[in-house]
Design a protein around this ligand. Structure first.
Ligand code: ADP
Length: 187
């Protein structure tokens, strides 16, 4: 099963993605985590991505698509993958549709985590205090929310046309939301 978790920054994609992937016994891939690891390791990918990430901008599609191709070709990904933080643009979604079609697969489900904007900002500022992620400052948070609305939210319409979107209210306890996400992945 190829499943995407879509939602604004701070909507809980990472937390819920991990739980849902474990439940479905498929690997979880977070493009954000892969990029952060590359930045920490100082690889060419990391050096290219860091400036965009710190400013709250998207890393260019061409860079991300190379990454996704590698992920889809990696061992363990044949039977399915849960992607969190990807796709972020319609161009990325079209590209992954092509890559999956070449492999005889398709996006089976998109779980959309919905959280009101005021709560997103609060959560991200809280995370900034706890984890110290360099893009969790107010300016980058605002920028990421703007980028989400402009570039990622249009993906919902793209996937609605494919009939694969399931909306999940993203407020409540982690366990409550996880139960909703499991139902949404099945339905
Ligand atoms: P958040 O959703 O909280 O912003 P992520 O870990 O998903 O956290 O992403 C962090 C940053 O990594 C983004 O602001 C962006 O710069 C970069 N990034 C992650 N995934 C993608 C992607 N699919 N396309 C472009 N940039 C990405």
């Amino acid at each position: 099963m190829f499943l995407m978790i879509l939602g604004a920054p701070g909507s809980g994609k990472g937390t819920q993605g991990k739980l849902l992937a474990d439940h479905l016994a498929i690997p979880q891939v977070s493009t954000g985590e892969v990029l952060r690891a590359a930045v920490t390791d100082g690889t060419p990918l990391g050096r290219e991505a860091k400036g965009y990430m710190d400013q709250g901008l998207l890393v260019p599609d061409a860079v991300i698509l190379g990454l996704i191709r590698e992920i889809l070709d990696s061992e363990g990904a044949e039977g399915g993958v849960l992607m969190d933080g990807f796709p972020r643009t319609v161009a990325q979604a079209e590209a992954v549709d092509r890559l999956l079609a070449e492999r005889g697969a398709r996006v089976d489900r998109v779980v959309l985590l919905e959280v009101p904007e005021e709560e997103l900002v609060q959560r991200l500022l809280g995370r900034a205090a706890k984890e110290g992620r360099s893009d969790d400052n107010l300016q980058s948070i605002r920028q990421r929310l703007t980028v989400y609305l402009e570039q990622t939210a249009p993906l919902v319409a793209y996937y609605e046309r494919q009939g694969v979107v399931r909306r999940v209210p993203g407020q409540g306890t982690v366990a409550e939301i996880a139960a909703r996400a499991r139902d949404a992945a099945r339905a």
